[in-house]
Each structure stands twice: as structure tokens, then as C-alpha cells.
Write a protein that binds this ligand. Structure first.
Ligand SMILES: [Zn+2]
Ligand SMILES: [Zn+2]
Length: 389
């Protein structure tokens, strides 16, 4: 165990389209606090939208909500109530629920009223998204060496010895579980997922784990569709090559429509496709948007009315961390293959460029705050996990 540093280096978005590396003092944790040393943090499309100013005005912001790490220091009461000790591997949920509002009390803490920015609140309660760095102690984002977890934070212990490149997927996998729960996916269901990005692929894995009878992935990039089959998709449909996607999906489902269609592409046309693929009385989950104003443009046409599907937006990850951690512990799903690019904290700007250009088949890029930049890490055109496991 290395000692806790007095300062934490952070990636800061001071304002729209600005990215800097800065240091901030790390206070001793109070009796109810946990100080987490970040080992790895995923870069999410949400972070790219935040930097571009598409998601509110949370500046100055330390981004990063997909982080895992270890307990660096812990207050007395927190150690007692949480049962953690220094060195334990942990994941912290993105949302700090107030635990007392009506939505929190009914278990839908992703809808915590104290995070409802529509009511004009000056700050929200989501790490790396809407808690500004100016709020003390300023350790509210995962693109950093250290993170502050107060009493209301939901902190989960990770399985002993789990590799960071698996653990780092816990938040997107929890988001996937939320989508599955919203769609009420149950044993034997025919499930279609549209959009084989990291979340779509994780939704396929979560649907498989939830007992889906058949999982079909629809997308446009062959190598991602192939990867989806390694994560539990029984069949895939390449929308670019198919002359009739609805007909091909029906064949892939064994001659039926889908009980549940989960849209994970984040584009308006995919929402409409979802309605065309669902059975009468089925469920359509909208999981692809990331708060960046993707319009919901469902036509109230015959397809929608005669099928009368439930249209279910899915937001954040409430209730998803426990099943996600259980699934990450199962070695048969090759989660680490989603982590295609790794960067040091200083290389965050390069990492964003790689993502924006969609270089080198980037799926999930991560930052490793404990790692120092080196020339060969600056241009990671290869999948560094290719030979793993
Ligand atoms: Zn994310
Ligand atoms: Zn609340």
C-alpha cells in the first residue's frame, strides 16, 4: 500500500471545449467518508458530449463516471458501517442518491429528486457529470488519482483478484442491467438489441444472463456484430447488407417478433426500427441516448398503435451494480475484450481524439491514473488485449 498523496491530479474541463490537467489538495477523509484511489476509468460518449457542452453547464468539471479503484483511506464510522478496509477493491455508483426523497425511498434512486436539474438545482448528484469541481472537496470525477465518497455514496466491493480491465466495465454493465430490468426481460424472451456499441454488447450479455431464449443483435459494423456473438447474441443482422431488416430479424428469432427490443444505438431511426421489430404488446426500451438531446421521434403510425408496445426509457444504473458484479465474476464472458485502448491521465486529450475519429476500432478506451505517459502509449492503434485470455 502506497501512502495517500497530498494532492490529486485530475483532468479538468474548465469550460466548453477546454481540457487541462490540474492538481487539487486531497483532504483527510471525515468519519463517514471513503477516499478511493482510482485504478481505471472508462471514457464514455457522455464525457465527449459534456466537453462539447451538450449536457448542461457543469463547469468546471472533473469528468469520469465509470471508475473503479481501491480504498486509499477510510473514516472510522465508514469503515464500521461499510465493512471496508484500506486496499479493498471497490466500485462506486455514479449517482449519489439523497436516500430520503420520495423516488429514493421507492427504490428508483436514479430519479432522485435532488438530482433533478429540470427543477433549477445549481448542482446535481452524479459523479463526473453534474457536480462541479468548485464544490468542496472537488474530488467528484473519475478522471483523477483520487475520488471522494461521502456517506450517501453507494460503494460496492469487487471480487477478489478481478482484473481492472473487467472491473472497469461495471458501470456500463449496470446500465445494461437497468435496461434489461426496464424491459422486464425474463426466461425464454426473444430479445433484439439494436446498436453493438459497448453498452449494446453488454446488454446482449445481460439479456443472456437473465435467461433470454434468443438474443439477436442488429447493427452495421461486421466486427462489432461478430464480437456480440461472443457476449451472448445467438444471431446478428447486418442492417447495411440486409434488404429487409424486419424479415431477417424475424428469421433470426425463429419466425417470431421480439418480446423486447432494446435500442442502444442512440439515433432516432433506431427507435423507429425498434417499433417495427417488436411483437404486439411487447416492450421497447430506449437505452441509447446519453442525455445529449437525441429526439424521440416515434411515428404514431399503424405499427405503433396496433402493437401497443410499452415504450420504456432507461436512465442510469439503479439496481444494476450487484447483478453486474456477479456477471463480471463469471469467466466465460470475455468482458476485457471491450477495452481496446488504454491511456495515462496526461493523454486524455489524445484519447478523446481517438474516440472522435473512431480510430483503430475503438470500443472502450480507458484512462489509468496511476500510469505515466509513454511514447508507445500515445498511439495505441492496436488492440492491446488481443492476445489476452
Ligand atoms: Zn457512461
Ligand atoms: Zn433522493
Amino acid at each position: 500500500m502506497s501512502a495517500v498523496a497530498r494532492t490529486s491530479r485530475q483532468v479538468v474541463f474548465p469550460t466548453v471545449d477546454e481540457l487541462r490537467i490540474e492538481s487539487i489538495p486531497v483532504p483527510e477523509p471525515g468519519p463517514d467518508d471513503v477516499l478511493v484511489r482510482i485504478a481505471m476509468v472508462g471514457i464514455c460518449a457522455t464525457d465527449v458530449h459534456l466537453l462539447a457542452g451538450h449536457i448542461g453547464d457543469p463547469f468546471p468539471l472533473v469528468p469520469g463516471h465509470e471508475f473503479v479503484g481501491e480504498v486509499a483511506a477510510i473514516g472510522d464510522r465508514a469503515a464500521h458501517s461499510r465493512g471496508f478496509g484500506v486496499g479493498d477493491r471497490v466500485a462506486v455508483e455514479m449517482l449519489l442518491p439523497c436516500r430520503s426523497c420520495a423516488r429514493c425511498r421507492e427504490g428508483r434512486y436514479n430519479l432522485c429528486e435532488r438530482d433533478d436539474m429540470a427543477t433549477g438545482l445549481p448542482r446535481g448528484r452524479q459523479y463526473g457529470v453534474n457536480i462541479p469541481r468548485s464544490e468542496a472537496p472537488g474530488l467528484w470525477g473519475g478522471y483523477a488519482e483520487y475520488l471522494h465518497a461521502p456517506a450517501e455514496a453507494i460503494v460496492h466491493r469487487l471480487p477478489e483478484g478481478i482484473a481492472w480491465e473487467r472491473a472497469v466495465l461495471v458501470e456500463p454493465l449496470a446500465v445494461a442491467h437497468r435496461a434489461i430490468a426496464r424491459g422486464r426481460v425474463t426466461t425464454g424472451d426473444r430479445v433484439v438489441v439494436i446498436g453493438p456499441g459497448p453498452v449494446g454488447i453488454l446488454i446482449a450479455a445481460a439479456a443472456r444472463a437473465a435467461g433470454a431464449g434468443r438474443v439477436v443483435m442488429v447493427g452495421t459494423r461486421a466486427e462489432r456484430l461478430a464480437l456480440a456473438t461472443d457476449f451472448g447474441a445467438d444471431a446478428t443482422v447486418d442492417a447495411r447488407r440486409s434488404e429487409d431488416v424486419a424479415a431477417d430479424v424475424r428469421v433470426a428469432l425463429g419466425g417470431a417478433s421480439a418480446d423486447v427490443v432494446i435500442e442502444a444505438a442512440g439515433v432516432a431511426t433506431a427507435q423507429q426500427d425498434a417499433v417495427r421489430l417488436v411483437r404486439r404488446g411487447g416492450r421497447v426500451v430506449l437505452a441509447g441516448a446519453c442525455g445529449a438531446a437525441v429526439p424521440v421521434t416515434l411515428h404514431a403510425d399503424e405499427d405503433l398503435l396496433t402493437r401497443e408496445p410499452d415504450i420504456l426509457p432507461s436512465f442510469l444504473s439503479a439496481g444494476g451494480f450487484e447483478p453486474a458484479i456477479a456477471l463480471l465474476a463469471r469467466p466465460e464472458v470475455p468482458f476485457e475484450r471491450l477495452v481496446t485502448h488504454r491511456f495515462a491521465l496526461d493523454e486524455a486529450a489524445e484519447a478523446f481524439d481517438v474516440i472522435r475519429r473512431r480510430d483503430g476500432g475503438v470500443l472502450k478506451a480507458v484512462l489509468e491514473p496511476g500510469r505515466t505517459a509513454s511514447p508507445e502509449n500515445t498511439f495505441p492503434e492496436k488492440n492491446q488485449n488481443k492476445e489476452n485470455r
